[in-house]
Structures are given as C-alpha cells and as structure tokens.
Design a protein around this ligand. Structure first.
Ligand code: DC
Length: 224
C-alpha cells in the first residue's frame, strides 16, 4: 500500500490558502481539509447558542460535542448534520472563530479531529498550525503569504463590506492569530515560504505542485 501523504499549508487570512489547497487536492486526488471551517463551525454554534466567547468551559463542551463533516469534493461543511457552508462565511462568524480558536481546549479537540482525518487518507490540510502543531512530520509544509494590502484586496472582492473595514478586521485577526499563546500562526522552520503577491492562481498552483512533486514520487514520500 502506498504511503499516506500529508501536505500542510499555513498562512494568514487572504494569502490564498483555500483556493490553492482545494485546487491542489483536486489535482493530486487527496482530501481537502479546511481547518478554519472547523473553528468557524464552533464559532457559529457558540453564537447561535448564546455562549459567551469568553466562556471556556462551555466552548470546550461545544468543541467536544460538535460533529463536523466535510462533504467530499463539494467544499460543503456539515455541523451536527446541518449544512453550514454559507453560514460560517459571515464576517461575525470569522470574528467568533478567531476568538474560539484562542481557547486551548477547543484547539485540542480540533487538532484531535484533524489528526484522525489525516491518519486515514492523503490530505491537503490548510490552516494556521498544521505544519507546526497538527502534523509536525507532514510530508510537505508550505507557508503561503502575501503583502497585507493584497490580502485585503482579495477579501474585499469576496465581500460587500467597505475595504477599510475589511483591512481593520484582517489586521485584528492577524494580530490575534499571531500573538495568541496557544499555537500561534508561525512558519514552521522546515516550511517552504511562498509569497503570492503579484502571482496568478495558476502560477502559484504550478509552484506548489512542483514543491510537492519534488518531495514525493508516484505518491510515495522520497526517502533520500
Ligand atoms: O482560515 P479562516 O479565516 O477560515 O480561519 C478562521 C479563524 O480560525 C482564524 O481567525 C484563525 C483560526 N484558525 C486557527 O486558529 N487554526 C487553524 N488551523 C485554522 C484557523
């Protein structure tokens, strides 16, 4: 049986992780796992259930009880059987996700689920701590980045909010994600840094596929 391959893609909001990770997973025939969607699902549940985002104990319970599923091939996300694909993309849920993701017990529950998925299949998993914490031994680690103004521009294209509001939201989330004590967003020392500023999606895809193919051969990890 061929060895499972784990491709870890980390980076800040708007760097292009979701678009690229999904494309690459399609090309390679691996599972695509958007771990931000998992934190968003917990954030959504907390907001709907009126759980304070400072109530660590209740948030831990929600994270342990949540059944989060990815619908293969469609990018769909189910929370306890309900399709929440659209609902988790609301700006207030991005905010809630960033806050619940600071809670250590919530992270522990999500990391356990992510490892379970990655132990069963070859995956392209994207997030903030995949190469540093979830899969420190990932086959390939990529840190995707872009200049802040480019990341704001990309998010503004997907939203009805004015660019200055998006710029503030992204900068606050970046700050929280990079400075939280538990698993902050950092580049793993062995990750390949890719700056997507000024590059087309096709160019970045080609660059990432080359990095992955250089590290793997016929779906098997290179040993030398
Ligand atoms: O990638 P995203 O915008 O959907 O992520 C939503 C929030 O979840 C973001 O503020 C950071 C957090 N997150 C995290 O802490 N760890 C991950 N592996 C993925 C996302």
């Amino acid at each position: 049986m061929s060895k499972r391959i784990t491709v870890a893609i980390d980076g800040p909001a708007g760097a292009g992780k979701s678009t690229l990770a999904r494309r690459i997973a399609d090309k390679l025939g691996y599972l695509y796992i958007d771990t931000g969607a998992m934190y968003r699902a917990i954030g959504l549940w907390a907001v709907r259930a009126n759980v304070a985002l400072s109530d660590m104990h209740r948030l831990e319970q929600l994270a342990n009880e949540a059944r989060i599923e990815f619908v293969p091939g469609s990018g769909g996300v189910l929370l306890n059987g309900e399709d929440v694909t659209e609902a988790i993309r609301a700006p207030e849920i991005a905010e809630a996700a960033s806050k619940v993701s600071m809670v250590p017990a919530v992270r522990r529950a999500m990391v356990a689920k992510q490892r379970e998925i990655g132990e069963r299949a070859s995956v392209v998993m994207e997030g903030r701590d995949i190469g540093s914490v979830v899969f420190p031994d990932a086959t390939v680690k990529i840190f995707l980045d872009a200049r802040p103004e480019v990341r704001v521009e990309r998010r503004a294209g997907e939203s009805l909010l004015p660019p200055e509001i998006i710029a503030r939201q992204i900068s606050e989330r970046d700050q929280r994600d990079r400075t939280r004590p538990e698993s902050p967003l950092v580049q793993a020392p062995d990750a390949v840094y890719v700056d997507t500023t000024g590059l087309s999606v096709d160019d970045v895809e080609a660059a990432l596929l080359k990095i992955i193919r250089d590290r793997t051969s016929n779906g098997k990890e290179r040993t030398q």
